[in-house]
Design a binder for this molecule. Structure first.
Ligand code: KG4
Ligand code: ZN
Length: 344
């Protein structure tokens, strides 16, 4: 069974081919290709939805051709076409959905709409050290911050989530305030390497709230206030200290809540997924905290932390293996810009 996956929910066009057998063996990634729009959006300091959609249109078919060539496969070898149905930018989602459904119709194959966060959540299964069910998942992307209990594919229980900004948003907005480029997360993390995280005291919102919810909007405000105090001529060293202090505040909260989720569920496995999962400081601290508690942490390969087509093909494959996929055969498509994972 060969599954072509198409991701176009935000600012990355991703296409990949995954093959799988019935049952629970881990699907295999045959080939993948990605185009990131970062350079295009950089001039605007964030994603411009209309530009994103237009660029997906330009990229998706050449990427699909490249994937098939790299995999040594033909169009006729595709058994199922999967695409990101949501959540994401409506126009961007429509491009991937339109292409996937047209391709499936032309090939007379079924098509399956996939939840973007399910893709992120399952992406560690493509790593050299795949997890086993059940586990706690920390989903940390530009738009979402959630802790889930995952018993199997399609068995997701929300344990806690952000009540305002997502962790990635906290990175991005703080980075913007500091005059760093877009996307802010990697830029802020790079600058933080030169700073001391103990220099500036920043809040750890909801750290002691007693539940598993997050809040990051106040942190961004604290960063703004601190910058105002430092004045317009803030030196490079203080900027680095502030970057390190900001990163540490976000990481401390994510770690504490992840550990609390493991305690609450009694589980000993944590899966970290989404763009912020690429953060080295977060990985180091989670590894240390979990080692203390004899818990294991699993991450996607670094290249699969941010958006990609492989995770979409993978999620479709894992659903199909378990008889959970009800592919659309009429090729009529819809997208869901807002869509809760538990409803997928
Ligand atoms: O999962 P993703 O690629 O897209 C969404 O579905 O949102 O996540 C993108 C987010 C952005 O907020 C970006 O700044 C953040 O992930 N990010 C990072 C790092 N790499 C990406 N944040 C902190 N440290 C990183 N190394
Ligand atoms: Zn994502």
């Amino acid at each position: 069974m060969n599954i072509l996956g198409v991701e176009s929910s935000c600012d990355e066009t991703g296409v990949a081919l995954v093959s799988c057998e019935p049952g629970t063996t881990v699907p295999r990634l045959c080939a993948q290709a990605l185009h990131t729009q970062i350079d295009m959006h950089q001039a605007y300091g964030g994603v411009v939805p209309e530009l994103a959609s237009r660029d997906h249109i330009r990229r998706v078919l050449p990427l699909a051709r490249q994937v098939l060539a790299d995999a040594g496969a033909q169009l006729a070898d595709i058994d199922l076409v999967a695409y990101t149905r949501g959540p994401g930018l409506a126009g961007a989602l429509l491009v991937g959905a339109g292409v996937a459904c047209a391709l499936a119709a032309a090939l007379e194959r079924p098509v399956l709409g996939v939840h973007h966060l399910e893709g992120h959540l399952l992406s560690p299964f493509l790593s050299a050290d795949p997890p086993q069910f059940p586990f706690v998942a920390l989903l940390v992307s530009g738009g979402h911050t959630q802790l889930m209990r995952v018993d199997d594919v399609a068995s997701y229980e929300l344990l806690g989530e952000t009540i305002d900004d997502a962790a990635g948003e906290a990175f991005d907005k703080s980075a913007k305030l500091m005059g760093l480029g877009y996307p802010g997360g990697p830029a802020l993390a790079r600058l933080a390497e030169f700073g001391d995280a103990d220099t500036f005291e920043l809040p750890r919102p909801l750290l002691h709230s007693g539940n598993l919810d997050f809040s990051f909007a106040g942190l961004k405000t604290a960063v703004r206030t601190r910058l105002q105090k430092l004045g317009t001529n803030v030196c490079e060293q203080d900027r680095a200290h502030l970057a390190a202090s900001t990163q540490q505040a976000i990481v401390d909260v994510l770690c504490a809540k992840s550990v609390a989720a493991l305690k609450q569920t009694g589980l000993k496995r944590l899966v970290v997924a989404g763009g912020v999962g690429a953060n080295a400081r977060l990985r180091a601290q989670l590894n240390a905290e979990c080692a203390k508690r004899q818990a294991r942490v699993h991450y996607p390969e670094l290249a699969l932390c941010t958006d990609n087509g492989a995770m979409i093909a993978l999620a479709a494959a894992m659903r199909w293996q378990r008889g959970l996929a009800t592919p659309q055969r009429d090729h009529a498509f819809d997208v869901r810009p807002r869509w809760a994972l538990q409803a997928a």
